[in-house]
Design a protein around this ligand. Sequence first.
Ligand SMILES: Nc1nc2c(ncn2[C@@H]2O[C@H](COP(=O)(O)OP(=O)(O)OP(=O)(O)O)[C@@H](O)[C@H]2O)c(=O)[nH]1
Length: 394
Amino acid sequence: MDVEHHQEDTPEYKRVSLLYSNSIKSVPATILNSSILLVLFWTKVPWLTILVWYSLILTVSIFRLQQVRKEIKNKNYLKQPANKALNKFILGSSFTGAIWGASFVLFNLYTDEAYSLLMIWIVSATAMGGSMSLAPSQRAQNIFVCLIFIPAIIMNILSGNEFNITMGTLCILFLIVMIMLGNTFSTWVNESLKLQYQNQGLLKSLQQKNESLETTNSELIKTKEFLTEQTMSDPLTGIANRRSFDHTLIKEWNRCLRRQYPLSCILIDIDYFKRYNDHYGHQQGDQLLRQVANLISSQATRADDLVARYGGEEFIVILSNASHDDAVMLAERTRKAILDANMEHTDSQVADIITISAGVATITPTNLQDCYEIVHKADEKLYEAKNNGRNQVC
Ligand SMILES: Nc1nc2c(ncn2[C@@H]2O[C@H](COP(=O)(O)OP(=O)(O)OP(=O)(O)O)[C@@H](O)[C@H]2O)c(=O)[nH]1
């Protein structure tokens, strides 16, 4: 899978980051436990011994807490190889473990059996808590619990005293259970870190795929819009073409049929356009078609109006829900707009400028009629306008 991960997301660095964030809680817990030990054993252990021990664990804990805060805030551990950062952390946790181990040995020298059992209980609880917080690193866990228990085991076993040998055996059992439990817990944590990393990878790859699909999709939409425009518009004038007209005519016809609105249609033809072409050339003829298309479009401005190129120099306008009078008025306005444009046509037999003829038809559709009837009617009217001398609306 070709997915880029952030360095801090890798399981190796995640593990170090977890160790530091767990320490924010476990180091104060160490201070609390050692304070309890101080109070409980104050009368049992010589004050100088217990005070030196307590000052040591307090200093190391406060120093570690500061270090941990700094590491988390500045993410210093990311600036070095993950293994090196882990070793640095293990050094700190091992110090704490060693001081606890020392307390186990030292305090036992001065206490009776009841206090020795109390000692085991407090130290084991501390070891268990510490081991859980060190779960992201099996090595850190093992070193921590070994440093706590092994000195006490050696001392107890070597003492030869029956009670101490029992204590030592108990410590061995505790150590074995703690290592086993810790290792199981550590395996879970590391497996879940690996899975989390893989999930992030999958998620990122899905996001990338999704983004590329979105891009492809929007490109397809653009292409579709472009193709639709191409198939629905006239390349010369840019207005709707015959296909688009047919489509709109059916749609508007059915709408007017449903609502019983009048549908109007204006068929427009440029007078003596063949002569214009012959006189001014085909290119100039094209330019004229564009100008006329623009002028007609500028008159039919309602949202539902459609202006289309119907044939060579014929244009057609569909006006939905427009009365015959309204349609005639619009056709007249268009005819005048063409006249006002004052486009030279010296070969025309009507005037020396461009003129148009228009036929208007209006039908309130019924089920018995075909939608193209309106076009035939408009065509007949156009024919009438041509016969009556052109430059007029019929
Ligand atoms: N420049 C140009 N001319 C075209 C185009 N399409 C059709 N024509 C020309 O339009 C002319 C239409 O001529 P006719 O149908 O005889 O109509 P007319 O000369 O306008 O005569 P009336 O309509 O009776 O006034 C023909 O010469 C076609 O070649 C086009 O896209 N560009």
